[in-house]
Design a binder for this molecule. Structure first.
Ligand SMILES: Cc1ncc(COP(=O)(O)O)c(C=O)c1O
Length: 400
């Protein structure tokens, strides 16, 4: 066989480290708080089986031919409905459906960014996007987050500094609700301020809101896009967390001129997203079925969140702190300075428990004193036991 000469993009990926964690997570007896995936009962199996049978019989002309690269109209109409709940009024012609939100990000960055262009990302940020862009030749500039989301003061200073150096960032990529990995959300003030900053510095915000609607407390989750008056915000949504990640249906709300470019570019990439999956999503909206389903999902996730919060309170030693997730899947734990996070992970694995260390979520992949716990998959007893084991590992590391 001839050698495979890999691209810089593929050969630079550090997937092996992540796959080590995922592999360790699957060993018998290991409790895992690592992957952000739904709990087993969270899949709408019976309903989807019923829908598939009906659409295969009744809508062959919609699901079998090559489809519209912008997505099926009924799916985009369902997205209009979902966006209203997030405070955004939009028409179907401004929506493009995608194979999940990751695909939306990839497509949009292909259309907007060139190697050498500057993009602002949060620190920490979503691993899936970080890994996919870090070898793309972009000039990536990190802006820290705090408990109220991206630090808008630092963002302004960064944009000012770049402007003085004649550097014009094209994109600010951020998460508005239930941040992955940090579990936090952007404050109401910053949500209003962000589109103004984008307008002032002539750049676009890519708002990733993959966990929207999985809200467990009474908090404001209005999208940043709702405050956008001049199309500075591209909104990214997903059905992965409210229906199923395997169906691969997500969307973007894009400026009018981008719709045209999208319809030119998407066919050259993968032609379009599978129509059958989009039609399943549309059918799930019939008689508000999906709304009641999401209410049940929220109960399932919220009891898991509570189990994790109680276990952290009960078992973690003094000096360790964590965020309270008002929604989504994640809690971000901060350890005292001086703890070796690699050593902590090895100790945790010996105790048969896994999670994601914080360094994966930063550009430099260096030691940061954080780790991410995910409560979405295991049941409450497993969460409690897993947190107890991690706390024991932390205590051991603290006295080393
Ligand atoms: C913040 C964030 N954005 C996007 C995604 C990707 O979602 P999708 O399955 O729609 O591609 C994820 C998945 O975990 C995520 O956590």
């Amino acid at each position: 066989m001839s050698s495979v000469y890999y691209s810089k993009w593929a050969s630079g990926l550090r997937k092996s480290d992540i796959s080590k964690i995922l592999k360790a997570s699957k060993e018998p007896g290991v409790l895992s708080l690592a992957p952000g995936v739904p709990y087993p009962d969270a899949y709408p199996t019976d309903k989807v089986a019923e829908i598939i049978e009906s659409i295969v019989k009744n809508e062959p002309e919609i699901i079998f031919p090559y489809g519209n690269p912008q997505g099926t109209l009924r799916c985009r109409e369902s997205i209009v409905y979902r966006m209203k709940k997030r405070g955004v009024n939009v028409t179907p012609d401004r929506i493009v459906t995608t194979s999940g939100s990751q695909n939306a990000t990839d497509m949009l960055l292909r259309m907007i960014m060139n190697p050498g262009d500057t993009m602002i990302i949060e620190a920490p940020t979503f691993l899936g996007v970080l890994d996919s862009i870090k070898n793309s030749g972009y000039n990536l500039v990190e802006v820290p987050i705090d408990n109220e989301g991206i630090r808008t003061d630092v963002l302004r200073d960064t944009l000012d500094r770049l402007k003085k150096d004649c550097i014009h960032p094209k994109i600010i990529y951020l998460m508005s609700n239930y941040h992955n990995p940090a579990g936090i959300m952007i404050s109401s003030e910053r949500r209003k301020e962000l589109p103004r900053i984008a307008q002032e510095f002539d750049c676009m915000i890519l708002e990733d809101d993959a966990y929207a609607e999985l809200r467990y407390d009474d908090v404001d989750q209005t999208a940043v896009k709702a405050y956008d008056t001049d199309d500075s915000v591209i909104y990214l949504g997903s059905f992965s967390k409210i229906v199923s990640p395997g169906l691969r249906v997500g969307w973007a709300i894009v400026p009018e001129e981008l719709v045209q470019t999208w319809n030119t570019c998407r066919p050259m990439f993968d032609v379009g997203s599978p129509a059958i999956n989009q039609e399943i999503i549309a059918e799930l909206h019939r008689n508000d079925w999906l709304d009641s389903y999401i209410e049940n999902l929220k109960k399932g996730y919220s009891i898991r969140r509570e189990a994790m919060m109680s276990a952290l309170d009960e078992f973690m030693p003094d000096g360790v702190s964590w965020t309270r997730a008002h929604g989504g899947f994640y809690i971000w734990v901060t350890t005292p300075d001086g703890i070796d996070l690699d050593s902590l992970f090895r100790t945790a694995v010996k105790k048969r428990v896994t999670y994601f260390t914080g360094n994966f979520f930063y550009l430099d992949h260096q030691h940061h004193n954080h780790f991410r716990l995910c409560f979405s998959r295991p049941d409450e007893d497993t969460i409690t036991e897993a947190v107890k084991r991690i706390a024991e590992a932390v205590k051991e590391e603290m006295v080393k």
